[in-house]
Design a protein. Structure first.
Length: 287
């Protein structure tokens, strides 16, 4: 539809939207072309400048990303929501560059400009979690949730509780997220991890199986299932799961040493000699 519309008449929103479609499927070069065409038609097109800046960040052209995001902010007059969004994206750019102090400054700026911006609060919460600042992260997600109920926000706060070993609080948040998004494989996986930490192995297994039914390519789900099967001493099951994980994702390097260990465990269990018993006549030997 956009291709047909743009063939009839060029308009910046069309190029921007088509660029977003290309960005979503990682066609970065084509996305850059479309965002650049949008900006050529409307030089102060804030959204297109922000989007092009994000593509430059993804391909690690940070100078160009910085320039576009600066231009995007300069193009805004009085829209606090839009300004905060641009600043958050610049914070993400600094995070990608491992410039943590500048990233902190940008996330704080975004929240101070628009204190009810859930996107800014969520990103600052994720950043605080990354730095191990668990209570500030929880505060950010809680504040965002007071503005908007979201499975992503409940999930992200649950992850902080999980990191901080507050397992019951984590479980409550993941289950809240699941009520809002019942088929979310990432949430089902996180419920499974939490139940594994609580030693509720069968319940954990059930949630991970549900996650795999929703997303057959959820490799983290398979990896976590491997942990459960190991706890249950189900070595053949663990081998089958690891072999499947490696078949689907040969570059999942963490699976290989676990598979070797599982093979060795099964081999040792099969090579144990039969136990010897004392017979009534005083002789010794296998039963």
């Amino acid at each position: 539809m956009l291709d047909e519309a743009l063939a009839i008449r060029e308009f910046p929103e069309g190029y921007n939207n088509r660029g977003l479609s290309k960005l979503n499927i990682a066609k970065y070069s084509e996305a850059l072309d479309d965002f650049t065409r949008a900006i050529k038609i409307r030089p102060n097109f804030t959204e297109a400048l922000t989007n092009r800046g994000n593509v430059y960040r993804l391909v690690k052209q940070y100078d160009r990303a910085h320039a576009d995001l600066d231009r995007a902010e300069q193009s805004i007059s009085n829209d606090a929501t839009l300004r905060a969004a641009v600043i958050v994206n610049r914070g993400v750019m600094f995070l990608s560059m491992r410039q943590l102090e500048q990233a902190t400054t940008e996330f704080d700026r975004a929240v101070s400009i628009n204190s009810i911006d859930t996107f800014a609060l969520n990103m600052r919460g994720l950043f605080n979690r990354l730095l191990g600042r668990y209570q500030p992260a929880i505060d950010d997600f809680t504040r965002a949730l007071s503005i908007k109920q979201s499975p992503v926000l409940y999930n992200n706060r649950g992850l902080v509780y999980l990191d901080d070993q507050q397992y019951m609080s984590a479980l409550e948040d993941f289950l809240r997220a699941l009520r809002l998004q019942p088929n979310g494989s990432y949430i089902l996986n996180n419920v499974g991890i939490t139940l594994l930490r609580l030693d509720e192995l069968e319940r954990a297994k059930g949630y991970l199986e549900r996650a795999l039914r929703q997303d057959a390519m959820c490799n983290e789900c398979r990896y976590n299932m491997v942990q459960i099967l190991g706890h249950q001493n189900d070595w053949p099951g663990k081998i089958r799961m690891l072999e499947e994980l490696i078949r689907l994702s040969p570059d999942y390097l963490a699976a290989y040493p676990l598979l070797v260990t599982a093979y060795q465990k099964v081999k040792r269990s099969r090579s144990k000699p039969a136990p010897a018993f004392c017979h009534g006549d005083g002789s010794r030997g296998p039963q």
